[in-house]
Design a protein around this ligand. Structure first.
Ligand code: AMP
Ligand code: MG
Length: 417
């Protein structure tokens, strides 16, 4: 099969042209099911919170002016006029010269405008001695002070955690609208690939990609649907891909896309449906054999078998699509400036991504040190790398000591330099 390698940008454009990336849809879920989901509409408070003026302390509800001048030596004496408990509206009215016993969280009774803390009072039968003056509204939380009716409590696009779900519960809602989670079929190919947990026969290796890619799918806000490992047999692969298309919104495969006789994925993708293959190889290193198809309106990303290449291309091309379909804002990876620790060469005519480890030199400057290329196909390359640098296709080399931008896989705080 003839391959015209696309540049990285051409590959992105081809995807945009054939596949309109947008959120999959919206569904309503109960509050606890909403955990870690993306809110699809603003949550607006249908009422004031708190709904009534409430006491923030245990003590006595009073008219504040009755307490003016009170101190430790000259207490003011008021008459007990009743008790206000939590969970009920008070039936009493506080008149001049009187005080109502009140619990934390109970509604302020009519006539009162402040609460004296129990610690500043003394009670003798129905006489209440007030040892500290209070100002108007002291120890009172006004209706709507926390959340005003009509106020936006949590904004559309927010990923929901404990604080947000607590705030939604506060305004009395038991359900929320969230974006649907895109389902991503993940399948591995190759006669040598064995599922972890099974005994390893001679000549076989364990499946890395199904796990690294499924995890990357979850990190992007998608739900991985693991379909298994398939041999490099056109019939088996076709069956597997057709099944994948019926069970998911996106399909991600790994392996079988190089130019070897066993690499049957591109050929299979070419007759699965229209428009079929839209990208057949990208001028990048790693990731050159990456093949992308659109079938039945769904994208199929056939990634290289090498674990590092598969995950890098996922990161560069697939992640944003899943994030957008999941209603998530794409967060660009953080970058830092560093100095190249050695001279680095790109692959001729291909955009080259070099995995690097961040170190510091004697003067505490960040240095980007390539993770040994001998490990290029191994998962440990990614484990050791803190990020990658990108060398444009037309650049001859990056010189030692040259400034480079490192795209970080994780937050710098989590990197030990
Ligand atoms: P392929 O493109 O199928 O020739 O795969 C390239 C290399 O990646 C080979 O060494 C494969 O054994 C390896 N590989 C392919 N798929 C996986 C996988 N799922 N897990 C780990 N290694 C893989
Ligand atoms: Mg293979």
């Amino acid at each position: 099969m003839f391959r015209k390698l696309f540049t990285f940008e051409e590959a992105k454009k081809a995807i945009e042209k054939h596949f309109a990336v947008k959120p999959l849809g919206i569904e309503e879920v109960s509050l606890l099911e909403a955990y870690n989901r993306v809110l699809a509409e603003d949550v607006v408070a249908p009422l004031d919170i708190p709904p009534f003026n409430r006491s923030t302390v245990d003590g006595y509800a009073v008219k504040s002016e009755d307490t003016f001048g009170a101190d430790e030596n000259r207490p003011v004496k008021l008459k007990l006029c009743g008790v206000v408990n939590v969970g009920e509206m008070p039936k009493i009215k506080v008149e001049h010269g009187t005080a109502a016993e009140i619990m934390t969280g109970a509604p302020i009774p009519e006539g009162a405008d402040a609460v004296v803390m129990a610690e500043d009072t003394e009670r003798k039968n129905s006489d209440i001695y007030i040892y500290a003056a209070v100002a108007k509204d002291e120890n009172v939380m006004k209706a709507g002070a926390d959340i005003k009716r009509g106020e936006t409590v949590v904004k559309q696009g927010q990923i929901l955690g404990a604080r947000e779900i607590g705030a939604i519960a506060a305004v009395g809602l038991s359900k929320v609208k969230v974006y649907k989670i895109p389902r991503v079929a993940v399948l591995s190919t190759g006669a040598e690939i064995t599922e972890p947990g099974k005994p390893l026969a001679q000549g076989k290796i364990y499946d890395i990609n199904a796990y690294s890619l499924s995890t990357a799918v979850m990190e992007s806000g998608g739900k991985p649907v693991y379909l298994g490992v398939f041999p490099d047999d056109p019939n088996e692969i076709e069956k597997a891909l057709r099944h994948a298309l019926t069970s998911a919104d996106i399909v991600v495969t790994s392996g079988g896309v190089s130019v070897g006789p066993k690499d049957v994925i591109p050929k299979t993708l070419s007759f699965l449906g229209k428009p079929g293959v839209i990208v057949c190889g990208i001028a990048t290193k790693p990731g050159k054999p990456t093949t992308i198809a659109i079938v039945e309106g769904k994208p199929i990303f056939a990634l290289p078998g090498h674990p590092t290449s598969a995950l890098l291309i996922f990161h560069l091309l697939v992640r944003q699509i899943i994030e957008c379909m999941a209603g998530r804002k794409t967060v660009e990876a953080a970058t830092i400036r560093a100095f190249a620790s050695t001279r680095m060469f790109p692959a001729r005519g291909r955009r080259t991504f070099v995995m690097v480890k961040i170190k510091r030199d004697e003067s505490q400057r960040f240095m980007a040190e390539p993770v040994p290329v001998g490990l290029s196909g191994a998962i440990t390359t990614l484990l050791r790398a803190d990020g990658f640098i990108e060398i444009p296709e037309n650049q001859q080399f990056v010189d030692a000591g040259e400034g480079v931008t490192v795209h970080l896989f994780k937050n710098l705080e989590n990197i030990r330099v």
